[in-house]
Design a protein around this ligand. Structure first.
Ligand SMILES: [Zn+2]
Length: 338
């Protein structure tokens, strides 16, 4: 088969790779219905994160189970399944606590920008839909695999509650879906920080009540102005830079909550500043597996349509254009059809 391999900065190739096979008795092999490019794929693509060797890319997936190993009992060939970027046994103490992305036996699922994928720990990792979904539902079910689950975690970890005021830092797919999640959880006021018109429009569609175009301390000042000088109850940091993290902490009211779900690059927090900020901090790689059953249900019942973040659809062999379009911010998120 052919799949996406990253060789170095802005050097993504679509080339021949070994077709995955069952390697462990707990594995499943899936034929992908769709896959996509993640904002976090752009870190190594831009050379901000080193690529020590040619690396098969992609970690967002949904599709039909082709084959399962001998120890797999729940997942069956023919089912339509969705999983997350960390395989998890869903049985250890960390999984029981709802932190499957810190599973004691977790394995990163890579190489999903391809027609076929091997998923370890299939019974713990994959969630099957009741029926094979219609084509129209595929983008939203794919979104649940990472961006929607991560946006949901951002809202959950920032204690978003009915009636509260939320600010979202970052207008990538995760930030936009964090807006959708906050709306779904009953936030009354949702301030989206974005300076791109098409993203502002989608943020409003997902439930944003206010848009702030300023960044950094000017953005903080604007949020203070909008919240009577207090700050937001919950601020969802969906970028991962020093500026976005400080913006989030400074825009939160004393006693409020900051969640951070953007992979941090060069973020350093000063103890004294944290001490006087008086905020709760909670984040990390989203335990998407915890939310999969609920989010799949919301999608299948037409309650949410997170697939709207895909504003570019390409055949898989044009994966390089998907990266370029996202890198140049011409696209919010690129869906790839194998
Ligand atoms: Zn576990």
């Amino acid at each position: 088969m052919r799949g996406a391999v990253l060789y170095g900065p802005r050097d993504i190739r679509f080339e021949e790779r070994d077709t995955p096979r069952i390697a462990q008795p707990t594995d499943a092999i899936i034929t992908l219905s769709a896959t996509c490019v993640c904002g976090s794929d752009l870190w190594p693509y831009r050379g901000i994160q080193a690529v020590p060797e040619p690396t098969p890319m992609g970690h967002e997936y949904c599709g039909i189970v082709e084959d399962v190993g001998g120890a797999v009992t729940k997942i069956k060939p023919g089912q339509f399944v969705i999983g997350s970027f960390f395989a998890s046994d869903n049985a250890c103490p960390n999984c029981d606590a709802g932190y499957q992305s810190s599973c004691q036996h977790r394995e990163f699922v890579g190489g999903a920008q391809a027609p076929v994928l091997r998923v370890p720990l299939a019974d713990g990792t994959l969630v099957a839909t009741a029926d094979v979904p219609t084509k129209e539902l595929i983008p939203s079910l794919l979104a649940v695999s990472d961006v929607m689950g991560t946006g949901w975690f951002a809202a959950d970890a920032a204690n978003v509650k009915s009636g509260c005021t939320v600010a979202v830092v970052g207008d990538g797919a995760v930030g936009l879906l964090a807006v959708l999640s906050a709306k779904r959880m009953g936030a009354e006021r949702i301030i989206a920080m974005s300076r791109h018109e098409s993203r502002q429009k989608l943020a409003r569609e997902f439930g944003a009540t206010d848009i702030v175009t300023e960044r950094g301390e000017a953005g903080v000042a604007r949020i203070m102005e909008l919240t009577g000088g207090v700050g937001a109850d919950s601020v969802l940091e969906c970028v991962g830079t020093q500026e976005s993290m400080m913006q989030a902490i400074h825009a939160t009211r004393p006693g409020g909550y900051v969640s951070y779900v953007g992979v941090p690059h060069g973020v350093e927090l000063k103890g004294e500043e944290l001490f006087f900020a008086h905020v709760h901090l909670h984040g990390g790689p989203a335990p998407v597996r915890r939310f999969l059953p609920k989010l799949i249900d919301l999608v299948c019942n037409g309650k949410i349509n997170p697939g709207k973040v895909f504003d570019l659809t390409l055949p898989l062999d044009q994966v390089a254009e998907g990266y370029r379009a996202m890198d140049e911010r011409r696209a919010i998120k690129a869906l790839l059809r194998p």
